[in-house]
Design a protein around this ligand. Structure first.
Ligand code: ARG
Length: 260
């Protein structure tokens, strides 16, 4: 018995020694590990699911950043209000989720140069039009949790929004009469009303800019991210990415309707 135990111990030690050799290579392996991007994938055309893959404009931008760093990319999909807290907690290196640059968020994370100028709109039933902020006041307003649309309802209209986990679930509630109007960023809003002749969107309620967020205190990473975004803008590649993924998100939306 004792002998077996000793033999076992010897082989365990040998195995441990074999493992002990490995950390020598770990730093190099780590530098090659894929860049982790965190997002919330219910936001076409910026990020959405195609089968099990998360795809879209933000994914393409982060792929280009990862390529510049000589690494691959892995995408993690969490609730929108967990995106920045997860980044701050070190669970990802890049956060890209159609994230609007706000003063409040700037205190918590660093933002790249903006890559799009956009804003939020009202989504309403044509039978019950709601075309400006003032007409939305006092109504039941559906928004995605943690977004600038929620901020708008609280700060500009002085009321509590109805919270949903995605723009699509807010829109579903509108169709079921559970809310009177939805506020969302214009591109996902356009995607929602595609093929929905009874619904429309308003003009912009706000002007906002999207940027990639990184954890504070990484000037080198920030410089790389900015260089890549500016390169994509200058070469015209970003416009192509936007057109390509807007068309793909629209096609997926139409396919979804056909399946309904
Ligand atoms: N632009 C808005 C914001 O930053 C909404 C973004 C929602 N993004 C998403 N991937 N669901 O608050």
């Amino acid at each position: 018995m004792k002998k077996i135990a000793l033999t076992l111990l010897a082989s365990l030690l040998a195995a441990a020694a074999a493992f002990a050799d490995e950390p020598a290579e770990a730093p190099a392996a780590d530098a090659q590990a894929p860049v982790r991007m965190i997002t919330e994938a219910t936001f076409p055309p910026y990020e959405f699911r195609q089968g099990t893959d998360v795809v879209g404009i933000d994914v393409e931008i982060c792929k280009a950043i990862a390529a510049e760093l000589g690494r691959g990319l892995v995408v993690e999909d969490v609730e929108f209000d967990s995106v920045l807290p997860s980044l701050i907690a070190g669970k990802a290196e890049l956060a890209a989720a159609g994230i609007t640059v706000t003063e409040d968020r700037k205190m918590k994370v660093d933002f790249s140069v903006p890559y799009v100028r956009t804003g939020i709109v009202l989504v309403y039933a044509k039978a019950d039009p709601c075309e400006d902020g003032a007409s939305a006041a006092g109504k039941r307003i559906g928004v995605q949790n943690g977004t600038t649309s929620a901020d708008y309802v609280r700060e500009q209209l002085g009321q509590e929004p109805e919270m949903f986990d995605s723009p699509a679930s807010a829109f579903a509630a509108l169709k079921q009469g559970k809310v009177d109007v939805v506020i969302a960023d214009i591109d996902p809003a356009k995607n929602l009303i595609k093929g929905e002749p009874d619904y429309d969107i308003s003009d912009f309620l706000t002007v906002e800019e999207y940027a990639v967020a990184i954890k504070k205190g990484q000037p080198e990473l920030l410089a790389t991210v900015n260089k890549v975004i500016e390169g994509l803008q200058d070469s015209g590649r970003l416009d192509e990415i936007v057109d390509e993924w807007t068309a793909k998100a629209d096609a997926l939306q139409s396919a979804g309707e056909a399946a309904e």
